[in-house]
Design a protein around this ligand. Structure first.
Ligand code: 0RA
Length: 634
């Protein structure tokens, strides 16, 4: 059998066993102890685990399993308890062959926890007796395993069975020995979801912390997990699908639902209770079978015609929430963060199970199956439309304006460094701007009303919007990942909107669009805001324009004897073109504000909050900023 060693190697190289000596390694101790109890639960002998953070910094894990064996093992001449707590099992999670002595499927064993604790007490209730043993300074026993009394009574005639491990992590090993209740709670909840019916209780007894006990117990298991993940989303249908399968060496359990959203990364996977955030063979098997089962169903029911191409995996996964949980004998964890399952045999099991059982589920739930297929088809169409729109945009990149939108009044200069594009709110203001401009260097693009809200719209809808299309064509450098700043047709992009709330809104929308879809344009200082003045007055024969109320107040302070009226320049449309030229467009006299990334990001954030889907933060923002118009009016 495996070589058993003392605990010195663990204290010499803790990172080898628990990954690090930082907070992650510290919490590994808790996972290690809890995993042992969960293994006992998985074996069917335990249905309750209590985790307590003690006031003195210790951590206690109590289960009602069979109890670690207390009798003497003839081979080692030691009790099972001593073997479990003092003998290092061959290998380990972070560098060995993953073999574990107890029924568990992974982990490095409680002996590692013992080695890295300044004190550890193990208590075992078995055969009607309570047995106890204490270790100090990294696993040195203070005596043998002793019977310290009777096990507590349970029920009418029985005595409690179970294991209690209490440990105090060694501050000489760890950078910090302060546990995070939140980290532990998250993990315990996940464990409870993955082990249906298992009751896990948590209590933080440390002074200054929330001492209320918390209980996790999910009789629906991963079905409840899917419901929990989808709680904040709008689901496509109320049912949650579920199936499970197994072979001689492994088990798979899958729960799934779709929401109306567009994300394609809603598959959460686990191997032996470990969250495989990088996916792996189990996820590959599921994805492959999901794609083929949905396509097969769609064809069989005539939802996809013979001439239609297959739905892609990505189209089908749009809006999915799924939990894929597998248990297997010797899991191989690979990848950057050791969070990708590598065992190839599990792919076969998951794929076969999904092909069979998901197909059955689709047949048995035609209403839901129909909705899934229709959503996938919509996703495919959207993807197609987005691609067409992108290709359209790509082909128009020339300075000579061939194929430019009709609305654009382009400029004639072939020298990009002097070309300017004015995006002007409304057709009538657009007309004035055309008269006020220098046609050699200044192009005008009128924008009607409010352009599409980029935040909420998905990319394909956004690209279908006529205003957005003309804007992209006029600038000529593409969008998103394809945006190429070298292809821009203008050096300055100037936003010219009214000095009112609607104008501010359009400006925010445009800034957000540039920030999201043409970021380098903002980063490299090509985006500007025009500042048409609010007031005009006369000093002698000369007309004076004043930007806002503050400028008017300053002017009055400087000209205390000023008697002339102030004209309020209402909208861009009401300004004559000469006024517009002087105040806003002529480089010799205008005021132009260069947009910084910070300004654009703030506009983006404001818009995300005001118009995104997150109703709660929108409410919060409106409540806390209702008085502060500055946020919207950049
Ligand atoms: C080995 C054998 C048996 C139980 C356990 C280990 C065991 C270990 C831990 C660690 C924490 N809680 C635990 N509960 C059980 C089975 C012994 C038997 O056959 O009764």
């Amino acid at each position: 059998m495996q070589v058993l060693e003392g605990l010195e190697p663990v204290r010499k190289r803790p990172g080898m066993y628990i990954g690090s000596t930082g907070p992650s390694g510290l919490h590994h101790l808790v996972w290690e102890v809890v995993d042992n109890s969960v293994d006992e639960a998985m074996a069917g002998f335990c249905d309750r685990i209590d985790v307590t953070l003690l006031a003195d910094g210790g951590c206690r894990v109590v289960d009602n399993g069979r109890g670690i064996p207390t009798d003497i093992n003839p081979q080692y001449k030691l009790s099972g308890v001593e073997i479990a707590l003092t003998k290092l099992h061959g290998g380990g999670k972070f560098g060995g062959n993953g073999y574990k002595v107890s029924g568990g499927l992974h982990g490095v064993g409680v002996s590692v926890v013992n080695a890295l604790s300044k004190k550890l007490v193990v208590e075992v209730d078995r055969d009607g007796k309570r047995h106890a043993m204490t270790f100090v300074d990294g696993g040195k026993p203070t005596g043998k395993l002793k019977v310290v009394g009777d096990a507590p009574r349970v029920g009418r005639s029985g005595r409690r069975r179970g294991t209690t491990v209490t440990f105090w992590p060694d501050p000489e090993i760890f950078e910090t020995v302060e546990f995070s209740a939140r980290t532990i709670l998250e993990r315990l909840q996940m464990m409870a979801f993955l082990n249906k019916g298992l009751e896990i209780r948590f209590r933080d007894e440390r002074p200054g912390h929330d001492n209320e006990p918390v209980t996790f117990k999910y009789n629906g298991g991963i079905v409840d997990f899917v419901k929990h993940v989808n709680k904040t989303k709008e689901s496509l249908f109320s049912k949650v699908g579920y199936f499970a399968d197994s072979d001689a060496n492994s088990e798979v359990e899958i729960a799934f639902q779709w929401n109306t959203g567009y994300n394609t990364d809603g598959i959460h996977s686990f191997a032996n209770g470990i969250n495989t955030v990088e996916g792996g063979t189990h996820v590959e098997g599921f994805k492959a079978a999901l794609t083929s089962a949905v396509n097969k169903y769609a064809r069989a029911k005539g939802l996809l015609k013979e001439k239609d191409p297959n739905l892609t995996g990505e189209d089908i996964r749009e809006g999915i929430t799924a939990i894929v949980s597998v248990r297997l004998r010797e899991p191989q964890f690979e990848g950057q963060t050791k969070a990708k399952l590598g065992n190839t045999s599990i792919k076969t099991l998951v794929q076969r199970a999904t092909n069979e059982k998901l197909s059955d589920w689709l047949e048995e739930n035609p209403t839901e199956a129909n909705k899934i297929v229709r959503k996938s088809i919509a996703a495919a169409q959207a993807r197609d439309a987005a691609k067409k729109a992108r290709n359209l945009v790509r082909s128009k990149t020339l300075l000579d304006g061939a194929g430019m939108p009709d609305k654009l009044k382009d400029c004639s200069s072939k020298d990009r460094s002097e070309r300017e594009l004015f995006i002007v709110e409304g057709d009538s203001a657009g007309g004035s701007a055309v008269q006020a401009r220098n046609p050699a260097t200044q192009a005008i693009l009128p924008i009607r009303g409010k352009i599409l809200n980029v935040e909420r719209a998905r990319v394909d809808k956004m690209l279908k919007n006529a205003e957005v299309q003309t804007l992209i064509s006029a600038i000529g450098a593409g969008i998103g990942d394809d945006f190429d700043i070298e292809k821009r047709r203008y050096d300055k992009i100037c936003i010219l909107t009214d000095a009112d709330v609607d104008g501010a809104h359009i400006r925010t929308l445009l800034l957000t669009f540039f920030f999201r879809q043409m970021k380098p344009l903002v980063e490299q200082g090509h985006v500007y805001i025009c500042e048409p003045p609010l007031y005009s007055t006369e000093v002698g024969k000369e007309k004076v324009y004043l930007k806002d109320d503050a400028a008017k107040a300053r002017f009055l302070a400087e000209h205390p004897n000023h008697k002339k009226d102030f004209q309020r320049l209402k909208g861009l449309g009401e300004m004559d073109h000469e006024e517009l030229r002087i105040t806003t467009m002529d480089p010799a006299t205008r005021t132009l504000l260069q947009v910084t990334v910070e300004q654009a990001a703030l506009a983006d954030e404001v818009l995300a909050i005001l118009m995104g889907d997150d109703v709660e933060s929108r409410k919060h923002f409106i409540q806390t900023n209702a008085k502060d118009a500055r946020f919207v009016d950049i």
